[in-house]
Design a protein around this ligand. Sequence first.
Ligand code: KG4
Ligand code: ZN
Length: 343
Amino acid sequence: MILGIETSCDETSAAVMERGTLRSSVVSSQLIHKRYGGIVPELASRAHQQLIVPVVEESLHRAGITKEAIEGIAVTRGPGLAGALLIGISFAKALSLGLGIPLTGVNHLEGHVYSNFIEDPKPGYPLICLIVSGGHTQLVLVTAPLQHRLLGETLDDAAGEAYDKVAKMLGLGFPGGPVIDRLAASGNREFIRFPRSYLDHAGYDFSFSGIKTAVLYWLRDKNLRPVRLTSGQGETRLPEALCADLCASFQAAVVEVLVAKTIRAASEFGVEYLAIAGGVSANSELRRRLKEEADERRISLFLPAPEYCTDNAAMIAKAGELRFDAGLRSSHDLHAEPNLSIP
Ligand code: KG4
Ligand code: ZN
């Protein structure tokens, strides 16, 4: 019976997993950041501090157990916001000491990979996983449980970060991904051809700051910047149709690069399984295009359920379970590693 704890960014989350079966998963999203158009690290730490005890208690309650039934604790050790990670790690250490049970520190990015292993059917190995969130854009080759190789990553902004920044320029509020995704559905993706950065580079690295700047310059050249909210969130001075065309054109550029590199990696490494993870993997266009390409090549595509795309402790419990099975425990010297990457 493993308790998973995740506090790396703006979600306070706890989950209970019993022999691979999820018994409960509680995610408390911090809404305070919406007001600031982005995550404020100090406010995230304070909110985690208030939420960690009730969220863990709720996860035990929903699993129908008391804390004495927990046999191991898995906690995110990085990457993430230092102060936010510290809350989860300190809580996990204290609980582990108090109950006399083992602790294991989980790499948040590995957690995202294993969000595809929470529900059935599960992928086999080797597999290529595209991790796309507000903080990361990485292509990972997974040859066996816990055997990862980073093939490439973004050299500047993460894909989700580009969504959030473009949404801010258009006055669409935070986070930007879901609203751009929705508006893009009715827009013209050929309206503007934004740059497909790094598409033709041989490796698997990405770059999304160029496209973000291209949107900014386009708006500035048309005297449409800065866009201000008129009243309340989601209202913009841009005509809705123009906004939809911009969103569709921006999304087409981002998704084309993500899909092309992921499919190229799958072909080069000859994998039969493909998976995506992270907040941006909820994107409808990305899911649709990847599915088309994977089906054409008879590759099995795994898309996590929406609640496991964004940050959650169920994926940390799953990765933790694999770590405990492999005898990988952490000492109470475990510390936050804000810049941790996949080896
Ligand atoms: O994984 P996540 O919850 O948090 C981390 O960044 O670790 O991902 C959040 C990111 C945000 O940038 C948000 O705009 C993006 O995921 N996102 C989306 C969609 N839903 C969330 N991006 C594109 N399309 C979506 N439907
Ligand atoms: Zn994440």
